[in-house]
Design a protein around this ligand. Structure first.
Ligand code: ADP
Length: 365
């Protein structure tokens, strides 16, 4: 018989947290319960300072649910209550420097970020990585957008990464770049509950336990937004700099400002802003229209003292090639659209060579 949500909650409520003496559900510690065809996922919120000491509680909760008939698998994760990884939020408030240390054999790690989803961040990250490779740089692409990994689809990769020694994963090579994505490891329909600390450890593993070296540049496709998870990552990942993707719409630019502010907090230099979906090029007549307004991202970049790295047109071919698993830079490297990405890559490569400018001062309105 199928297990119900109520059965799971009842089982969890029989587990008592030794620290507070409260039952898990009554104590409000169970979060994000997902039940799908007998597979159960949930998170247990504990104060950040308890950390690994709460592991026995997590195991007990998992066992309590696993004992129910009809349950095929249980995944419980510990999450810090309304906080990023231990210390991350506090460190950000204090404006602490990011954790030093890079990835041996990787000269530069750069983030591609956006203040919100749907602005074409992954499209830009993938094509930028391919364009950097065409410039002759040994390039890697880490899909850190664990909420919606898109690299498996954008590069049409369905293989699982292999490990030669059982410890380090080999990245998958496609179109001349090395790439890794949580989507290679987890099937698309598997529900995932991600919280700040888990995100940070998943990302740390994909940086440290993957055979990236030797690389000139590793492009990281960040999760969208500016929440705790993203902040934690901006601190954990030894970033040389960040490229912020924005569309010309004002709203998206407000979000882009938030993205800039986040990196500034974590002392990650801003390499610059790229405007995506900048101008619509009619596929029939070739005429250009600025349907979202003209020059918004360039103006905001100027206002904020960040470099303007270029504009990518809104063209059906960019979406179609992405959907087909052969992004435009790989599919038609001499097309006008691919050239926009190559020019972006040249600008990014130049900023990597130049001494890093400090992150601009941001005033939030
Ligand atoms: P994000 O990573 O910001 O969520 P995506 O890269 O997934 O955004 O892009 C969202 C959608 O917009 C996708 O369908 C993508 O193919 C399309 N897209 C992105 N940039 C362009 C562009 N310059 N021209 C046409 N379509 C684009």
């Amino acid at each position: 018989m199928a297990v119900s949500r109520e059965d799971v909650l009842n089982a969890l409520n029989r587990v008592v947290d030794p620290a507070s003496g409260k039952r898990l559900v009554e104590g409000g510690m169970v979060e994000g319960l997902v039940l799908k065809n007998g597979h159960v996922n949930f998170a247990i919120e504990v104060p950040a300072e308890r950390g690994a000491a709460a592991e026995p509680l997590r195991k007990e909760a998992e066992a309590a649910v696993a004992a129910l008939s009809g349950v095929l698998s249980v995944t419980a994760v510990l999450t810090a209550h309304h906080q990023a990884a231990p210390g991350a939020a506090a460190a950000a408030r204090e404006g602490a420097k990011p954790t030093p240390g890079g990835i041996p054999g990787v000269a530069a790690v750069i983030a591609v970020a956006s203040g919100k989803g749907g602005v074409g961040k992954s499209t830009v990250a993938v094509n930028l990585a391919l364009a950097l490779a065409r410039l002759g740089l040994k390039t890697g692409l880490l899909d850190a957008d664990i909420y919606g990994p898109s690299v498996p689809r954008l590069l049409n990769i369905h293989d699982k990464p292999k490990s030669r020694d059982g410890k380090v994963l080999e990245p998958i090579e496609k179109f001349g770049i090395k790439t890794m994505s949580i989507g290679f490891l987890v099937s698309e329909d598997q529900p995932m509950v991600w919280r700040g600390p888990m995100v940070a450890s998943a990302i740390s593993q994909m940086l440290a336990d993957v055979a990236w070296a030797p690389l000139d540049v590793l492009v990281v496709d960040m999760p969208p937004g500016t929440g705790d998870a993203q902040l934690t990552m901006a601190q954990r990942v030894p970033l040389k700099g960040a490229v912020i993707v924005s569309t010309p719409q004002d709203l998206a630019l407000i979000d882009a400002r938030k993205g800039l502010a986040m990196f500034r907090k974590t002392h990650v230099p801003i390499l610059g802003i790229v405007e995506n979906m900048s101008v619509f090029v009619c596929p029939h007549c070739g005429s250009e229209s600025h349907i979202f307004g003209d020059g918004g991202a360039r103006r905001v970049a100027e206002e904020l003292g960040a470099a303007f790295l270029g504009e990518i047109p809104l063209v059906p071919a960019i979406r179609e090639t992405s959907d087909a698993g052969v992004p435009i830079v790989a599919h038609a490297p001499h097309s006008a659209e691919a050239k926009a990405f190559l020019s972006l890559a040249e600008n990014v490569a130049a900023t990597l060579k130049a001494p890093m400018r400090p992150a601009p001062r941001i005033v939030m309105e």
